[in-house]
Design a protein around this ligand. Structure first.
Ligand code: NAD
Length: 248
């Protein structure tokens, strides 16, 4: 039987309708957790997806750019005895060279990826301090390496990595660990345009292990960092990129 790492625990997952968020929600439920799933899109199908697991999902429409939405999500987690875990996963990408990147699009990416995480962390920190919980943020390989046409996205993810270090220092004494996972190319809706353009093989060839990442790969790392098995890990950034950065 799958080990029930999260039995009796409540995990908030933002962006839970998408590839990585859905895989995280599913894995937390498989390991016995209660999942408070938030997304600007409808994520209620996750409730049926976990029907065969010991866990449960509560789906709440949430725009991470709106602080009141995050407060609602956190309130729901409190009603279920949590939150014990916050996964900041909601994100968008802009594929534009700097000369074509409009101020509106720049702000949209920063508001969603960086301010959205701030909104969630601000709302969840008091109850996380009460439960001795943990925060895992889904950042990106692109906070480590340069990539054309991703200026706003890279800036937002670099901001998340820096924010995580300061939060780890600030919240450690409260018993709250803060970490980030930094995926390379993962096969989701976000990367679908590259696959449709026939670039899947090129992205696969960048990795050391000659395959694309799957949402479940990332969910395993998120779950590990969120679990007591990672009790001495905080302020850390862990690349999950099939060895792409190691190859240079
Ligand atoms: P995805 O597009 O499948 O999922 C992203 C989810 O975020 C979607 O369900 C979307 O509706 C939601 N979202 C967007 N704006 C929102 C908002 N304002 N409020 C609430 N939810 C919102 O893509 P994914 O690949 O699963 O992305 C998940 C996270 O992983 C993102 O932060 C992304 O930057 C990061 N990431 C992805 C990859 C990759 O290769 N797929 C690589 C590195 C990092």
């Amino acid at each position: 039987m799958t080990e029930q790492w999260f039995a009796g625990q409540t995990a908030i997952v933002t962006g839970a309708a998408g590839g990585i968020g859905r895989a995280c929600g599913r894995l937390f439920a498989e390991r016995g957790g209660t999942v408070i799933a938030g997304d600007i899109a409808d994520c209620s199908s996750l409730i049926d997806d976990v029907a065969d697991t010991p866990g449960t999902v509560h789906a709440i429409e949430t725009d991470v750019r709106k602080p009141a939405d995050l407060e609602r999500l956190v309130d729901c987690a409190i009603e279920h005895g949590g939150p014990d875990i916050l996964v900041n996963n909601a994100g968008i990408v802009a594929r534009k060279p700097i000369t074509e990147l409009s101020p509106e699009r720049w702000h949209d990416v920063i508001e969603t990826n960086l301010t959205g995480a701030y909104n969630a962390i601000k709302a969840a920190t008091p109850p996380l301090c009460a439960t001795g919980g943990t925060i895992v943020t889904v950042s990106s390989l692109l906070s480590h390496i340069g990539y054309s046409d991703r200026v706003a996205y890279s800036a937002s993810k670099g901001g998340l990595d820096a924010m995580k270090r300061s939060l780890a220092a600030e919240l450690g004494p409260e018993g709250v660990r803060v970490n980030a996972v930094n995926p390379g190319f993962i096969r989701t809706e976000m990367t679908q345009p590259h696959l449709e353009d026939g670039n899947g093989d090129a992205f696969r060839a960048k990795t050391a292990i000659d395959r694309l990442g799957e949402p479940e790969d990332v969910a395993e790392l998120v779950a590990f960092l969120a679990s007591d098995r990672a009790a001495f890990i905080s302020g850390e950034t862990i690349l999950i990129d099939g060895g792409q950065a190691a190859r240079g």
